[in-house]
Design a protein around this ligand. Structure first.
Ligand SMILES: [Fe+2]
Ligand SMILES: [Fe+2]
Length: 304
C-alpha cells in the first residue's frame, strides 16, 4: 500500500499532530485517506509504531493503544475527541467534526470507538490476511501446517477446559483459546479450504486429547504441556519468519506470522510463570512425546 512520506514531528508544532499506529493496517488505510486531503491548518503525521519522536516504550504502547492528536495549544486529545479535532481540519470531513462536537455527541462516539477497540485485534488480523494477495508457492505447505497447528491448539485448550475444574488452568485456557481462535481465523482467511490439511479431524481429536489428559492429572502437568507446545510453536513460526525475512513482496505475510509468533511467545511466558519445578519423570516424558508428536504432525500436515 502506498502511503505518503511521514514526517518526523517536532515536540511542539503550530498545527495538529496526529499520532497513529502505522503498524495497524486499518489505521494505515484510514490515515492514508486523510493524508490525501489538503488540511485547513498544518497537520503533522506521526507514526507512533516507528517511534519517530524517541518516546519511551511505555509511552509508545500507550499511544498505540488509542488514537491521539495534540492540538496547536499543546492539549493531548484521544479517541473520539481526537477524531473530531482531526475531522474539523479536513475538507469534506468538517461537517462530521461539527456534528461530533455537538453536546453529548462526543461521548457517544467515544463509546463506539471503545467498542471498535475491543474488536480491533481481530479486524487487524483479518485485514493483514486479506492483504496477502498471492500466497508464495513455497509457503503453502508451511501455512497448511500452521493452519493444522492452530486447529489443534484450539482443540488443546478446549480439552483443558473440558477436563479441568482448576481455576488457574481454566483462566489460562480461556485466555489462550481466544488468541488461538484468532490465529485460526487468520489462517482460514489465508488458506483456501482445498489447500488446508485433509487430516483436520485428526488434529482436532489429537489436540483435544493432548489438552484433556494433563488436565485430568493436574495443573502441574497442564502448565508443563503448555510450555512444551508453545516452545515448539514459537520455533515453528520462527523458521517461516526467517524464510520470509528478505522478501519485501511477502512483507504482509511476514508481519502476520510475526504477530502470531508474538502471541505464542506470550503464551509460552505465561506457561513458564506458572510452571512448577522440579518435574517428575512422567511429565518430562510426556513433554518429550508432545515435541516428537508435533514434529510428526507438521511433517504430515505439510503433505496431507
Ligand atoms: Fe496459535
Ligand atoms: Fe499458543
Amino acid at each position: 500500500m502506498n502511503t505518503p512520506p511521514r514526517n518526523k514531528a517536532p515536540p511542539e508544532c503550530d498545527g495538529l499532530t496526529v499520532m497513529f499506529d502505522g503498524a495497524c493496517p486499518l489505521c494505515r488505510s484510514e490515515i492514508s485517506l486523510y493524508q490525501s486531503l489538503r488540511p485547513l491548518e498544518p497537520v503533522h503525521w506521526l507514526d507512533v509504531s516507528q517511534n519517530q519522536a524517541g518516546m519511551s516504550p511505555e509511552e509508545q504502547v500507550r499511544l498505540m493503544a488509542r488514537f491521539h492528536v495534540r492540538d496547536k495549544d499543546g492539549r493531548m486529545l484521544s479517541g473520539a475527541a481526537a477524531f473530531v479535532a482531526l475531522w474539523l481540519t479536513l475538507p469534506g470531513w468538517r461537517w462530521l467534526g461539527r456534528v461530533g462536537r455537538l453536546p453529548g455527541v462526543t461521548p457517544v462516539l467515544e463509546v463506539m470507538y471503545r467498542g471498535f477497540l475491543h474488536f480491533r485485534p481481530y479486524l487487524q488480523r483479518w485485514a493483514r490476511a486479506a492483504a496477502v494477495k498471492h500466497l508464495p508457492a513455497d509457503m503453502v505447505a508451511d501455512l497448511r501446517s500452521d493452519h493444522a497447528g492452530e486447529t489443534g491448539a484450539v482443540a488443546v485448550y478446549k480439552g483443558m477446559l473440558w477436563a479441568s475444574r482448576d481455576a488457574k488452568v481454566r483462566e489460562l485456557a480461556t485466555h489462550h483459546i481466544h488468541t488461538e481462535q484468532q490465529h485460526l481465523e487468520s489462517m482460514n482467511a489465508l488458506l483456501p479450504p482445498l489447500k488446508q490439511s485433509w487430516l483436520l479431524p485428526l488434529w482436532k481429536v489429537a489436540g483435544f486429547i493432548v489438552g484433556a489428559l494433563p488436565a485430568l492429572v493436574g495443573s502441574k502437568a497442564v502448565f508443563a504441556t503448555v510450555v512444551a507446545i508453545e516452545t515448539f510453536v514459537v520455533k515453528h513460526y520462527q523458521q517461516q519468519i526467517n524464510k520470509l525475512a528478505t522478501r519485501p513482496d511477502d512483507a504482509p505475510l511476514h508481519q502476520l506470522l510475526m504477530e502470531c509468533q508474538q502471541d505464542e511467545r506470550e503464551h509460552l511466558e505465561e506457561g513458564h510463570l506458572r510452571q512448577l519445578k522440579p518435574q517428575g519423570w512422567a511429565v518430562r516424558l510426556w513433554c518429550q512425546a508432545i515435541n516428537a508428536g508435533s514434529h510428526v504432525g507438521v511433517w504430515l500436515a505439510k503433505r496431507i
